[in-house]
Each structure stands twice: as structure tokens, then as C-alpha cells.
Design a protein around this ligand. Structure first.
Ligand code: HEC
Length: 369
């Protein structure tokens, strides 16, 4: 039942390991209370500090990946006859470091998600599995210390099973995070056919648990911080259409089209971030376009780069918004197309526009905010 005390007969003290573990578990729980994982758009604007720390997520996550990955090798060695006595303590140290790294990566990740725009199946799976994996690693840390202090090889085996499962969950969760930044095809694109088929179908199957079918997406734009009117930039460009019109003076671009762009595009295409050198927070900039120009070409869907990219399949690397981000609803896409087709005007009034009947409810929803 119990193996011999390694090397010496002195009972080992695990005080330091216990303290570290306790701190990590407490930090994990308190952290989750302060920053609960959200699966919808955040309701309030996060502080600059939160956003700053959040940006470290892609850096921090490499620590647990590396350390816990190496620990897998160590645990395989530890499970051999003499392995645990030689490498048990080193493994424990790695487990503590890996668990600490996971906790930090989780919180940086949650803070990153407060930037908004993180929705969809990849995000849900990434966040959920990252949390479960981290909780599993913390639990396995506790079990390992108990097992080591009792010299119990049964408990050590139970620990290893728990650890490998947790690491597996974390690894899968990490994969869906990778999908968010590189697109769903990144890993499978160059895979041999037979692996590709299995990988893609497994992934689809997992995503099917969390992804809503497209039709269920409500046509109105969600209220909240996402549809705030665009922040007037202080670098000199004024939004062109006169702001704050009264009553029936609402403008098609300013009050219907711009809110869509603000909600779904301008996290990445405005003053703060201008991906592809494209800004769409004013009419002029939206028309001017980015690196490749011709962003919206009046009356011409084919030449309008934004329309072209919106219509690309979700999995295409150039699809906008990028996969994993809050997508346009079919009604919003129709509205953008309609607006381009009937002239991409910046001054047309809502009342003068012949809005197609099937889009009227969507327009009303947007106008109401
Ligand atoms: C999460 C960030 C993000 C969101 C949201 C987003 N984009 Fe982009 N967009 C990018 C990045 C990154 C690039 C540059 C890389 C590239 O060209 O694919 C880009 C490039 C573009 C370009 C090419 C500009 C040029 O001239 O080369 C267009 C057009 C575009 N986006 C339109 C949109 C539209 C329309 C939306 C909303 C429906 C949107 N984007 C939402 C990140 C985003």
C-alpha cells in the first residue's frame, strides 16, 4: 500500500507546498468572485488597468503550457518503480509553478474578455475548459501533496489520472483559444486528410454544444456599452452628419448604419485600433477605407471591400468580423447591402429612405437603441 520514504527516513514536510497551494486556491476563488467569467458582452466599461493586464493573456499562457506539458513527461517517469522517489519533488514544484501560471493566465484571459467582442462557440469552450482545467490542476495539486505526505502510491496514481485529464481539458480549451486568434482552419488546414476529417468533425461536435444556430440570433442590436454613439476623436475629424437630430431628422448613416459598425466592427476599426488601417467611426473614414481603399462603393456591392469581406464564409481568414467575434446578423448584413446599393449616402434621412419592409423592424430596433 505505501512505498518507502525516499532517500531518508525523515518524514518530509510539505508546509511550503501547502501554503503555496492554499494561496493559489484562495486567489482562484476570490478572483472568480471579483471577475466572474462572462459569456455575453460586458455590461460596464472596464478600467484601463483591467484592459492592460488582459493584454498579457497571450504571453502568460505559455508558462502553464510549457511547465505542465513537461510535467506530463515527468509524471510518466514518476509512475515507474524508482521514478517517484527521484523526481517526485521536482514534479511537485513544477505542478505548483504550472498551477500558478494557469491561475494567472485565467485571470488575464477574463480581463481580456472584458474588452468586449468575445462571443461565440470558440470563446465559450475556451473559457469554460480553461476554467475547468485550471480547477482540475489545483485539485490535483492538493491530491499530490496528500499522496506524498502519506507515501500512498494509490493516491499518487489517482492524482496522475486527475492531472492528465485536467491537462487534456486545458489543452483542448487552449485549442479553441487558438482558433479565436488564428481561425478555425489554422491547425487542420495542412493536416493529412484522414486526421483532418476526424479533427474537424470532433471540433464541430464540441462547438455544437455551445453555438446557437444562426437564425436564433436576435435581429436587434444588443443594448449596452456596445452601441454607444462613437466617441468623437480629438484629433480633429468631426463626425460628418450633424449629431443629435431632433424628431424625424434621423439620418440613415448616422443612426442606422453607424450603430451597426460601432457594435460589430469598430472595436478594431476606430481611433484606438485601426486594423488594416481602416476606421469606420465617421462617414468620411468609412468611405475612405483602409489599406486597400474602396471600403464602401456607392451602388456597387462587388467593389465594396467591407461587404465583400462580410459575405466571405465565416471560416475564411478574411471574413469580417473575424471568426469568434460577435457576428453580424443576417438582417444587419442586408441593411448594409441595401445602404450601399441605394447610394451609400451620409446625409439621407431615415424618413426619406425607402427601407425594405422586411428590414423595418430591425431599423426600428436600432433607432430605439
Ligand atoms: C476583432 C477585430 C475585428 C473586428 C471586430 C472587425 N475587424 Fe475588420 N479587420 C481586422 C483586422 C485584424 C484586419 C486586418 C487584417 C486583414 O486584412 O484581414 C481587418 C481588416 C478589414 C478590412 C480590410 C481593410 C483594408 O483596406 O485592407 C475590412 C474591409 C474590414 N476589416 C471590415 C470589417 C467590417 C465591415 C467589420 C464589422 C462588420 C470588421 N471589419 C470587424 C479585425 C477586425
Amino acid at each position: 500500500m505505501s512505498s518507502h520514504s525516499p532517500d531518508t527516513d525523515e518524514p518530509k514536510s510539505f508546509t511550503a507546498a501547502w501554503i503555496a497551494t492554499l494561496l493559489l486556491v484562495v486567489a482562484f476563488i476570490i478572483g472568480l468572485l471579483i471577475f466572474p467569467p462572462l459569456y455575453d458582452a460586458p455590461q460596464s466599461d472596464p478600467s484601463e488597468m483591467v484592459l492592460f493586464v488582459g493584454r498579457f493573456h497571450p504571453i502568460l499562457l505559455h508558462l502553464p503550457v510549457g511547465v505542465l506539458g513537461l510535467l506530463c513527461v515527468f509524471e510518466l517517469i514518476c509512475s515507474t518503480r524508482r521514478g517517484e522517489s527521484k523526481f517526485g519533488e521536482a514534479s511537485l514544484l513544477m505542478l505548483v509553478v504550472g498551477a500558478a501560471g494557469s491561475v494567472m493566465a485565467v485571470f488575464a484571459g477574463i480581463m481580456l474578455s472584458r474588452e468586449g467582442g468575445y462571443v461565440g462557440g470558440n470563446f465559450s469552450l475556451h473559457q469554460t475548459m480553461g476554467l475547468i482545467g485550471t480547477a482540475g490542476v489545483l485539485l490535483s495539486l492538493v491530491v499530490r501533496i496528500v499522496a506524498m505526505s502519506r507515501y500512498s502510491s494509490e493516491l499518487l496514481n489517482a492524482y496522475r489520472a486527475l492531472y492528465f485529464i485536467s491537462f487534456g481539458i486545458m489543452g483542448l480549451g487552449a485549442h479553441f483559444g487558438g482558433n479565436m486568434s488564428h481561425g478555425n482552419k489554422f491547425l487542420t488546414e495542412h493536416a493529412p486528410e484522414w486526421i483532418k476529417a476526424t479533427m474537424v468533425s470532433t471540433e464541430k461536435w464540441m462547438l455544437s454544444f455551445v453555438e446557437k444556430p444562426k437564425a436564433e440570433v436576435p435581429p436587434e442590436i444588443k443594448p449596452g456599452p456596445e452601441v454607444k454613439p462613437p466617441v468623437t476623436s480629438d484629433v480633429g475629424e468631426k463626425p460628418t452628419p450633424p449629431p443629435a437630430p431632433t424628431g424625424d431628422q434621423k439620418l440613415v448613416f448616422q443612426h442606422v448604419i453607424l450603430p451597426i459598425l460601432t457594435a460589430k466592427c469598430n472595436k478594431c476599426h476606430s481611433e484606438e485600433k485601426s486594423k488594416g488601417e481602416l476606421r469606420m467611426d465617421t462617414y468620411e473614414m468609412a468611405m475612405k477605407g483602409g489599406e486597400n481603399g474602396s471600403n464602401f462603393v456607392a451602388g456597387n456591392l462587388k467593389d465594396s471591400l467591407s461587404i465583400e469581406r462580410i459575405l466571405l464564409p465565416d471560416s475564411d481568414d478574411e471574413h469580417m468580423p473575424p471568426e469568434g467575434k460577435d457576428q453580424l446578423t443576417p438582417e444587419e448584413i442586408e441593411l448594409l447591402k441595401w445602404w450601399v446599393l441605394q447610394g451609400a449616402s451620409g446625409t439621407q434621412k431615415v424618413d426619406d429612405a425607402k427601407i425594405p419592409a422586411e428590414l423595418q423592424t430591425t431599423v426600428d430596433g436600432i433607432l430605439k437603441g
